[in-house]
Design a protein around this ligand. Structure first.
Ligand code: FES
Length: 96
């Protein structure tokens, strides 16, 4: 089932330089470009075009949110920890 696609003008929305995939250092702009111009409709298709999500997979939820036209960070446990890049719910950055 295809997801609603963001418009081409949405490529530069959000924080384009923000890193979405910590392992491969892939930015929000690169992922938006894959979705809008590359017509990626799944996480696997985004991964194939950008390499995002090809290592630990912690960024898959953020990529999926972008595919759904949502901001990548949900503000909850699915968001990326800026310290380690893992899903906030799984990172150990803030544990003693
Ligand atoms: S593969 Fe994307 S954060 Fe690890």
């Amino acid at each position: 089932m295809s997801q609603p696609q963001p418009s081409e003008s949405s490529i530069l929305q959000g924080n384009a330089g923000s890193i979405i995939c910590f392992c491969e250092r892939i930015t929000e702009l690169e992922i938006r470009t894959a979705i809008v111009l590359g017509k990626a409709e799944t996480v696997d298709e985004v991964s194939g075009q950008t390499r995002a999500g090809t290592a630990c997979r912690a960024c898959h939820c953020r990529i999926q949110r972008m595919l759904e036209g949502k901001p990548p960070q949900c503000g909850g446990g699915c968001s990326r920890c800026d310290g380690c890049g893992w899903i906030a719910a799984l990172c150990a950055c803030h544990q003693g």
